[in-house]
Design a protein around this ligand. Structure first.
Ligand SMILES: [Zn+2]
Length: 217
């Protein structure tokens, strides 16, 4: 913990004063460019991998970058989505999975991993449809192949879930919101984005408009 407190003190002494103007502006309000829904994994740092500073990303992170479908149950993800869309009028939402995801590995291994983790097991039920599809399509494949497929399939499953949230459905229908499905590779730094027009993941590139997961039209 000492290293973390040292970091806080260094931030207050060196970093905050250097960017005084920015922090004074941010103290008055936020206008983020995008909402970023990522895994809680310590290796997935949204601001680092998108090179964005404070005030740019409205971030939600949880085990497995999961968005439960719309329901009457109170939920932190649903509340954050509602605030992002209705209050902040965020134009883009990214759902980002990542290589080597522990949550996806646990789903793949099933009961042997999850019996000790009842809360995780209940939470990860929101990715079961993705697991079932992957096990069907990649039956008998090595675990690494199944895991990569599941990481992508889970991003697509969560994109389908987020579209069931009324504020999202409304903003999509009005053309005020775009959804993006990404997978970040920790070893290479590459990000593959899902392109609804081709139904493929492809590396993000500056030469074409950003791929998005909401079909054109
Ligand atoms: Zn993860």
């Amino acid at each position: 913990m000492e290293a973390i407190i040292d970091g806080v003190l260094r931030f207050q002494r060196d970093i905050h004063p250097e960017r005084e103007e920015l922090f004074q502006q941010l103290a008055r309000g936020q206008s983020p460019r995008a909402m970023f829904i990522g895994c809680a994994d310590s290796r997935v740092i949204p601001e680092m991998l998108t090179q964005q500073g404070p005030g740019s990303l409205f971030v939600v992170r949880n085990a497995g970058n999961i968005v439960p479908p719309h329901s009457s149950m109170p939920g932190g993800v649903a509340a954050s989505i509602e605030y992002a869309v209705c209050v902040l009028s965020i134009p883009d939402i990214v759902i980002c999975g990542h290589s080597g995801c522990g949550a996806m590995t646990a789903i793949l291994r099933g009961e042997s991993e999850l019996t000790k983790l009842p809360a995780v097991a209940r939470w990860l039920q929101f990715a079961e449809s993705a697991r079932d599809a992957v096990l069907l399509e990649h039956a008998g494949a090595p675990e690494t192949v199944q895991l990569d497929a599941l990481i992508r399939a889970n991003v697509l499953a969560q994109l389908a879930h987020i579209a069931t949230h009324p504020p999202v459905a409304e903003a999509l229908a009005a053309g005020r919101l775009r959804l993006h499905g990404w997978v970040y590779s920790i070893a290479s730094g590459e990000i593959h984005g899902y392109d609804a027009d081709t139904a493929q993941f492809a590396p993000l590139s500056s030469s074409k408009p950003p791929a998005h997961a909401t079909p054109a039209g």
